[in-house]
Each structure stands twice: as structure tokens, then as C-alpha cells.
Design a protein around this ligand. Sequence first.
Ligand SMILES: *[C@@H]1O[C@H](CO)[C@@H](O)[C@H](O)[C@H]1NC(C)=O
Length: 371
Amino acid sequence: MRLNLLFSIIVGLVFSFESAWGSRLSVSGNKLIFNGVNFAWKFYGYDFGNGQYAANSKTTFEQWLKEVATYGGNSVRVWLHVEGDNTPSYDAYGYIIAPDRTGTLIPDMKLFLDTAKANNILVIFVLWNGALLRNQNSVNLFWDNSKLQSYIDKALTPMVKALAGHPALGAWEIINEPEGLVYNNKPDANSCFNTVPIANSGAGWDGKWIPMKQIQAFINWQAAAIKVADPGALVTVGTWSQYSQTDAFSDTRNYYSDACLFAAGGKSLGKLDFYQIHTYATFSASAPFKILASNYGLNKPLVIGEFSSSCSGGMTIQQMYNYAYSNRYQGAWGWQYAGGYCSDSRATQDLGMQQLKGKNTTSGLVNFPII
Ligand SMILES: *[C@@H]1O[C@H](CO)[C@@H](O)[C@H](O)[C@H]1NC(C)=O
């Protein structure tokens, strides 16, 4: 969502983001609570671009958006380039030359947004997947600034400009779980780049050994480019756990603070608007379903971006959505409509969203028209 003056004049509702401490996403002064699911894909990496949307995903995604709306959902998190096998379009040297080869990527995204709008659903587009990144061209974007800049110039900026102001565009997520890529337990004199505090967290499971500073710069540059192309856009990152998203505990660190992203990439616009934590399995004492969002001591809203009752250590899906709503989180996106490891069934996720359908209390507003 974004500041939309026309919207505000006509219907008196306005999405806004207030950047002060205790900031919140809001709709006409009411805190907006994301109630939704991850799709996250229909055909992993091949949902958008090069004609894939029409061929693979459109019919299914349109049905799923209707289903989300039926059960009171207001948002979906969907993955775009994923590992980089289908989009963006790389040349033989690993530079990006276009969003995709055949020119359907942006129109595909717009079609998806149009259907989302018709169902009063906000879309969070996730650009990259750090949990698994096997395409060497995509890995190289963390190591070569000129390649990263080619992505920004030839794919990201055109995409963001073309979709700027679409009422169903909820946010851009730079990368899912970048901690898979990180060089863990690497000392650094600058606390922003030092991964020793999270040495025992499990981060670095991809075995790519990318220093945290390069991951932060990757995020900082793309976030800044999005803000330049569309100053009203919201930007986030999907961290795999609380370990990399808060300074509140001895074995955690907030690597995505404004100061750390700037220290790594040098772009003052390259900040996140809201934070996002994923959580699975046996929850440790500092995990999202164990404590209030405010216990993380963050100066930005916090969404629980992935979770499931099947990997929750015993909570029901109803308990999970209710917990997020009642404990100061900015919302919850269950994992995931396409199914698979640690996923709940669509029917289970629907029961979760249904818990929050129509809610409008001091905890926040869930359903509202997107115009
Ligand atoms: C939500 O509740 C507030 C406060 O009671 C009210 O002013 C507002 O109109 C409600 N919004 C919707 C969309 O129902």
C-alpha cells in the first residue's frame, strides 16, 4: 500500500506509513493488520515472465486469490525471480539485460495485481530466494556491484516504475531468508557485519559464504532503487528467524536496521519500512509465537511472514492467527498455499484467516476496500 491522495479525497481512506517509534501501517488512522498466506508459488521460479503466467499459473492464482478473499484474507506473499532461472534475463556475461526475455514479466505482474485488487487483497512481491540460490548468475549479484547495478537499471527500476501506484501493490520484499547465504560466525570489528553472535543459529545453510556486509548492501541498493522509482512503495526482507532481526537477546542481532544497511551499502534511501520474521518447529523462548512483537524492541512494524500449524510445536492455526493479531504483530502470512514441507493444507490456512475476518478492534483493522 502507499499514500494515495486520489483515494484519500474520494473515499476518505488513506494508507500511510508513519516512521516514528511505534510506527504502524494504517488505513485512515486504523492500524492495518495483514491477514494472509504465502502462495508462494505455483511453479517454483516459473510463475511470472516469459509467458509462464498464462501457461502455468494464472488460472490457479486467480482461484486462490478468490479463496483468500472468501476467508477474510487481505494479503498474499508471492515469489518472483526466486533463484533467477526464468527471470530476470541474464546475458552471457551475467549482466541483466531485461526483466525477462519475451517481455511478459511486467504485464504478468500487473494481471496478478488486477485480480488481487478485485478481491481487496494486497500483494507482497518477493524478488529473490536466499534460502536456496543455486543459479551462479544470481549469486554473482552479491559479489559484483556492476552486475547488481545492471539488475537495478534493466529489471528492477522498470518493474517498480510500471507498477507504481497500483492499489493492490502492498510491498516489495528484496529477498526471502538471506541468512541461508551468509558467512556465519565471521568476526568483524563493525557489529553490523559481525556474525559471531548468531554462530549457533543455523544461519549459512546454503554454504555460499557471502559476508553479511554484502548481503546488507544487496538489500540496501535494491531498497534505495525501489524508493527512487516509487517513493510511496514499502520495502521489507523476510528473515528466517528472530536471530537476525533483533538486538533484544544475547544470541540475536538486528542486521537490517537503517544504520546497518546504510553502513554496508551507503544509500540513505535503502531502508526497510517493516520487518518480517519466519518461524517454524519447536519455538525457542524468543520466537514470535512466544512473545509480544514489542519485546523485540524494534522501531518498525513486524509481520510474522511464514509459519504453519504443522510445524508449530503444537499450536492450532486458529491460535496462531489470533496470537499474531492480539500481540502487536502487524499480521501473519501462513505457509503456504502450494503445499509441501512444513505447509498446512489450504483448508487449514483458510481456517486461520477466517479467525481474523472482519476484525476491527484496537489491535487493528483487517478488511477494507482497496480502491
Ligand atoms: C473500524 O473501527 C473504527 C473505530 O471504531 C471506525 O472508525 C472505522 O470506520 C472502522 N473501519 C472499518 C473499515 O470498518
